[in-house]
Design a protein around this ligand. Structure first.
Ligand SMILES: Nc1ncnc2c1ncn2[C@@H]1O[C@H](COP(=O)(O)OP(=O)(O)OP(=O)(O)O)[C@@H](O)[C@H]1O
Ligand SMILES: [Mg+2]
Length: 366
């Protein structure tokens, strides 16, 4: 996978730009607040149809402009392609793949596969479960379109069910007559999603273990398993029917608690990844350095799983990560990114070997 060229108009502080990338290492170098992360955000926007910094799309439109546009040429193992996204505040996004309009963002996800790595990811182990679910959702959505479809459906159903719960005290009748219907739908999607997440972690675990061992030389063994709120053993998530039954039983036997809480208390939006080091929860027992190495191993594993499943290496986007790492981890990361395209942002390029240097200044790229 390779990003060849990107054209940008009115995106964040980038008024107009056309940037070509090398197939290996590309270094975006410049002072603070010049537009380095904005460029990575633009690439991410065309790959996944959304930002990694905000859920408010309009924030990406340049101050004072009415719309923005990002158009990316990329090559996969088969052909050269283009994705163009145009956005106007308050309107639906206009998306084209190879000049053909596509109806939904989910139709382009997975066409250009990428792994984003920013300093916040180094806290993946000690952060809350939401960050870890996000890690899974982005990785798996790019590999399996059905996963993203299920996830979108799940979120839609969850919204309806939460609304029903919030209205329950005023309208108990509607609640009683429809809650089971929504619970069944929710449990079904939850089971599908949990199966993909557990499978993904099973494959990723092997790579996490390998990267961690190579990076640290330590003999402690990391594992990552799915921790579903349905409380099943990891391998049980393979059986969608029994997982569905497990989630459904939770969703149909605690209505009063849910009404008290005002939201749905079980389901894949509450699940987590349990990361262990030598069979002990890394969150509680691993040292800070080990936690950072584990997080780095998880991001690298994301690239390895993607390559294994699709037969194609994803493009790595590294936002300011080298400055956050010590020399051992830096050296390891540099060695690991060979033979793939990587786009790195930094204020301080010394210490990053080789590559095409792109100077970033006030939203321009030279
Ligand atoms: N919608 C927008 N319109 C115009 N400018 C914007 C918009 N959103 C953000 N900016 C500007 O973009 C700049 C930040 O760009 P960016 O985050 O890419 O910086 P950076 O080069 O990555 O800096 P650092 O090294 O500090 O991470 C800020 O000056 C901010 O005001
Ligand atoms: Mg930045």
């Amino acid at each position: 996978m390779e990003c060849n060229k990107i054209r940008i108009r009115d995106f964040r502080n980038i008024e107009q730009a056309e940037i070509e990338f090398d197939s290996g290492v590309n270094i975006l170098c410049g002072e603070n607040a010049q537009g380095k992360t904005n460029l990575l955000e633009a690439i991410h926007f065309t790959a996944l149809g959304k930002s990694f910094r905000t859920s408010h799309d309009e924030e990406m439109i340049r101050f004072g402009a009415e719309s923005c546009e990002v158009s990316m040429d990329f090559t996969d193992s088969v052909r050269r392609q283009n994705i163009t996204v145009r956005m106007m505040a308050g309107k639906r996004k206009h998306i084209e793949q190879n000049k053909v309009k596509v109806g939904r963002v989910s139709d382009i996800v997975g066409a250009f596969r990428t792994v984003l790595f920013c300093p916040e990811h180094l806290s993946l182990i000690k952060e809350g479960p939401g960050e870890r679910r996000n890690y899974l959702d982005i990785a798996i959505s790019q590999l399996y379109p059905v996963y993203l479809k299920s996830l979108q459906k799940y979120n839609q159903i969850l919204k309806q069910r939460n609304q029903l719960i919030r209205n329950a005290e005023e309208d108990r009748r509607t609640f009683d007559s429809t809650v089971e219907f929504w619970s069944r739908q929710l449990a079904h999607e939850a089971a599908v999603i949990a199966k993909y997440r557990q499978r993904y972690l099973k494959t990723a675990s092997v790579h996490i273990e390998q990267c961690f061992a190579e990076m640290t030389g330590e003999r402690e063994k990391p594992t990552a398993v799915y921790l579903g709120s349905s409380k099943q053993a990891p391998e049980e998530y393979e059986d969608v029917e029994s997982t569905e039954a497990a989630y459904l039983s939770l969703l149909t036997s605690h209505y009063d608690r849910e009404i008290g809480a005002g939201s749905t208390l079980w389901g894949i939006h509450k699940d987590d990844i349990e990361i262990m080091l030598n069979d002990k929860p890394a969150r509680a027992f691993a040292s800070q350095g080990q936690q950072r190495s584990l997080a780095l191993a998880m991001k690298l594993a994301e690239g390895e799983v993607c390559a294994a499943v699709c037969g194609e290496k994803p493009v790595f986007l590294f936002d300011d990560v080298f400055s956050e790492l010590d020399s051992t981890r830096r050296a390891y990361l540099s060695g690991k990114i060979g033979e793939r395209q990587v786009i790195i942002t930094t204020c301080e390029p010394s210490g990053i070997a080789g590559g095409k240097m792109i100077k970033v200044e006030n939203g321009t790229f030279k």
